[in-house]
Design a protein around this ligand. Sequence first.
Ligand code: BGC
Length: 756
Amino acid sequence: MNYATLFLFVLAASLLRAQQSIPEVEELLSRMTIEEKIGQLNLLTPGGGAVTGAVVSSDVEAKIKAGQVGGLFGLAGPDRIRTAQEYAINETRLGIPLFIGSDVIHGYKTTFPIPLGLSSSWDMALIERTAQIAATEATADGINWNFSPMVDIARDPRWGRIAEGAGEDPYLGSAVARAMVRGYQGDDLGADSTMLATVKHLALYGAAEGGRDYATVDMSRLKMYNQYLPPYHAAVEAGVASAMTSFNDVEGVPASGNKWLLTDLLRGQWGFQGFVVSDYTSINEMTNHGLGDLQAVSALALTAGMDMDMVGEGFLTTLPESLEEGKVTEEQITTACRRILEAKHKLGLFDDPYRYLDTLRPARDILTDAHRAVARRAAASAAVLLKNDSGTLPLSRDARIALVGPLADSQNNMLGTWAPTGELSEAITIQAGFDEVVPEVTYTYAVGANITDDTTLANNTNVFGPRVVIDERNPDTLLEEALAAARQADVVVAVVGEASEFSGEAGSRTELTIPESQKKLIRALVATGKPVVLVLMSGRPLVITEEMDLPLSILQVWHPGVEAGNGVVDVLYGNYNPAGHLTASWPRSVGQIPVYHSMKRSGRPAPNKGAPFQKFQSNYLDVPNTPLLPFGYGLSYTTFTYTNPQLGSEQIRMGDSVQVSIEVTNTGQLAGEEVVQLYLRDVVRSVTPPDKTLKGFTKVMLAPGESRRVTITLAPDDLKFYNAALDFAAEPGTFEVFIGENAEDEQNMLSFELLP
Ligand code: BGC
């Protein structure tokens, strides 16, 4: 670039800045002291939400009155929030309103299935609607800033937070990210029922080593750009108002102090206009990471592009000194403060700081029948039918049921992890769902087993209250009771799996099987010879190799949310035909992790499916390479066939789109939805490609016997990837397209050429 172009570039950039600056905010900034600006960068919690770190804020009221707080989280309700807001408005010199943040991860009080479950619906309109409802309810309770969506790609089901995201795939993850940002923020952040969304956790948090929470991450830029960054980028493109940094390292510097990440990439390359908030004490934790004392790490964070400090108070307590010592500049503090004030302005808080505090709204807008109906539908849509032995499902209303298992009537485990705003007492258990949805059905209930008999695991799980309750009775007595019920029944429905807090933050596990206490129950139930249906709950992919081999049926329902029982019983009895498909591969054994559909090919590929072990090829001695259940997998009560795939064109030019279509027929007896998936293989390119990767999907409803030609368009960007120079570009050559039911379905392959 020569000087003249550089000059024009700088001029254009400053004009753009000037155009975007908000006069009220600039005027306010001009009146603020440096202490007042630093105060805006401080986010505290008075307690009341989920406390996820060692530090809890103290003297919050005094700090607000001293102008030392820019926002609060973990409090709710118009009255309580009004009091806090009044401290800020009436008792500080400038009366700047507070942000009121919260973790509304999968619904506010109307709790939807955990996000991994919701993503299994592949239904973006539904996901957007759940986010909209969450925003309506949260804003009714005074909240104006949400710490969601969590879009971290997760390919290690040992990591408990896989529950909070959309699974393993960047294409699907990006679609979900966009839907959630739209749902929370709507078109107008100034509206009463929308709130600021936060894309988190920037970045790569899901790639923590060994699946241990808060562990380190090390990844090439190629892998970041192609696999892990797209969903954050998609949220930014959708206009997300804030971004939260992650706890982990990104190329040797934790995200909270990483200038490349927070400034060069996020703002420079992606054009992010919002503000960046740390995670809970993640700035302070850089001291543990080995980057210096609180003053040093706080200066590092600000300089890197961090705007707001969650709970740690490093900004509040050390920035004045760092400014004096020249370690940070006034300009940097002003910039961070400006971004925060601009977001408050967008929310309309300067016009009316009490705008979300209408005391009539909670009763009117929260947990309404209409919202609960969406939650019920979402619980059903999230369910994935993994196996339907002898067509046991859907159940007949005439069959006598033995309803057993430790999760059949456990209100405390229905909402799932990260539902701090939900009400456990509102949750409909599976047993309650039987009473509500099929009152005519005769059933006998018995708990049958503890979730686990391991008291250490139980105690570690029960931090937020009793999720695992170990029955006073002997496990053999529990088992006998369930077997007696089974013997009297026509069909056994066993609700088994993980407690809700087996997953989630700091909820990592090394064993991913169903706990042994419940496996014993399952084996004994099968031995009765009665048809057995497992209703399986979990916050992650499990290792269910043994259960897949047993003669039983499995309906995976995750942790289904407040309407759990109604939604799940709808599926069991065919009021809703299951159409969920997995969004993360389910391994055969923990030793296979990571296992995901878009793995790269080896130079010595594993033998084809079903072929025997081959020495000196990339395979295991003991299990195949493939997952037990592939990405995209899910059955229905009906069957679909795919025929006559067609391409719009077999040769296209750079910048062209290509249409791929296929005839999908419902060949069964029931109406049902199918998730048609398109996978792409870039056969030859300058950087080794994934074997194949998801590049399109659509969900269609078909009546029995109905056929429809489904078309998916591959846009020019779908053929692109980040090359060695990190340019996003397509390369000429052959592309193979697979269109079918899951990532391993290779029946319908087409290919086209991308011409230079
Ligand atoms: C979590 C975040 C959450 C924050 C505030 C942290 O421990 O990592 O996802 O938003 O706490 O509750």
